[in-house]
Design a protein around this ligand. Structure first.
Ligand SMILES: Cc1ncc(C[n+]2csc(CCOP(=O)(O)OP(=O)(O)O)c2C)c(N)n1
Length: 323
């Protein structure tokens, strides 16, 4: 797949911004500065960045408990995200939802979702609306390997195929659902095989390669436009952190963990090597992107810290609507 320097650097920058956001959030959580939960996306950035590089403003994304990456890649403001994590009033939900429910409909971010697999059926609802409005747009449902064992996954794929909805299913197979290894929870090797049961295409790709991800989304979209139906993309990856910050890593094989965290496998240094080999960018570009991401996050944290908590009078606002 050919790419311009700008396109390639944009994807790289998105990956670095996601990594910087989640490493910052993890450190703040460990220091006891953040309430709630943080499920870091570090290690999986190539998926969000690759997918969203193929989306337009009209396209939508439905996300998960591990949603910061999807939301940043779709254009969210990291200041408002960080304020939400701090429980502050300028946050995306006025400081009342925390990490797992960030949404911005104006950007097509339908929302992160704390209920595993629930976003898959929500994505179908959004896709139905897009279809009904005759928009040339898709809704992407992100979810994990664990989610693919739940009912909403099976209902969701079946409904999308039957109603020919413009939903693209992106399974981020990081090999674990909390502490449960994928192999102990399913008898098939490839989650993409499940697509056949619903009459759609299933593909397994290297989820640590943003170009492979970008290519798979473009192919899924083209297939849909040609009347070829929906696609389940299984992007194989690895989460660097625990399931959430604070959980213990006892269930991972230490050698496997070390191998996935190595420069050889980590999606960011891997993509740097690809960009350098193609002559699209070099060390000075990478340093510049990282510096700007650090500055952006420092500003986001300062903004969030200085922001106010929501007032007690607003406690029940947006919870219940009369009339
Ligand atoms: C319906 C439901 N069951 C259980 C949980 C608790 N839970 C939160 S995340 C998670 C694991 C999800 O694994 P996976 O779908 O593979 O996503 P990953 O965390 O690997 O990104 C579980 C069991 C939940 N939030 N919702």
């Amino acid at each position: 797949m050919s790419m311009t320097r700008d396109e390639a650097l944009k994807i790289y920058e998105t990956m670095v911004r996601i990594r910087t956001f989640d490493e910052t959030a993890a450190a703040l959580f460990e220091a006891g500065e953040l309430p709630g939960f943080v499920h870091p996306y570090s290690g999986e950035e190539a998926i969000a960045a690759g997918v969203c590089s193929e989306l337009t403003k009209d396209d939508c994304v439905c996300s998960t408990h591990r949603g910061h990456g999807h939301i940043i890649a779709k254009g969210a403001d990291t200041k408002r995200m960080m304020a939400e994590l701090f429980g502050k009033v300028s946050g995306y939900s006025g400081g009342k939802s925390g990490s797992m429910h960030i949404a911005d409909f104006s950007l097509g971010i339908i929302g992160a979702n704390g209920i595993v697999a629930a976003d898959i059926v929500v994505a179908n609802g959004v896709a139905f609306a897009l279809q009904y409005q005759e928009k040339d747009a898709v809704c992407v449902a992100f979810f994990g390997d664990g989610a693919s064992n739940r009912g909403p996954f099976h209902e969701g794929l079946n409904l999308a195929a039957t109603w020919d909805l413009p939903t693209i299913f992106v399974c981020e197979n990081n090999n674990f659902a909390s502490t449960t290894a994928r192999k102990t929870a399913m008898r098939i090797e490839r989650i993409a095989e499940r697509a056949a049961a619903y009459g759609m295409t299933g593909v397994t790709i290297d989820g640590n390669d943003p170009i492979a991800v970008k290519h798979a989304v473009r192919a899924a979209r083209d297939r849909m436009k040609r009347g070829g139906g929906q696609t389940l993309i299984e992007a194989v990856t690895w989460r660097h952190h625990q399931h959430f910050v604070g959980d213990r890593h006892v269930y991972k094989n230490p050698e496997e963990q070390e191998r996935w965290l190595s420069d050889e496998m980590d999606p960011i240094p891997r993509f740097e090597r690809v960009l350098a080999a193609r002559g699209l960018a070099g060390a000075a570009d990478f340093a510049d992107v990282k510096k700007r991401a650090e500055e952006e996050l420092a500003a986001a944290v300062a903004f969030a810290k200085a922001d106010a908590y929501p007032s007690a009078e607003t406690l029940t606002d947006c919870v219940y609507r009369e009339g």
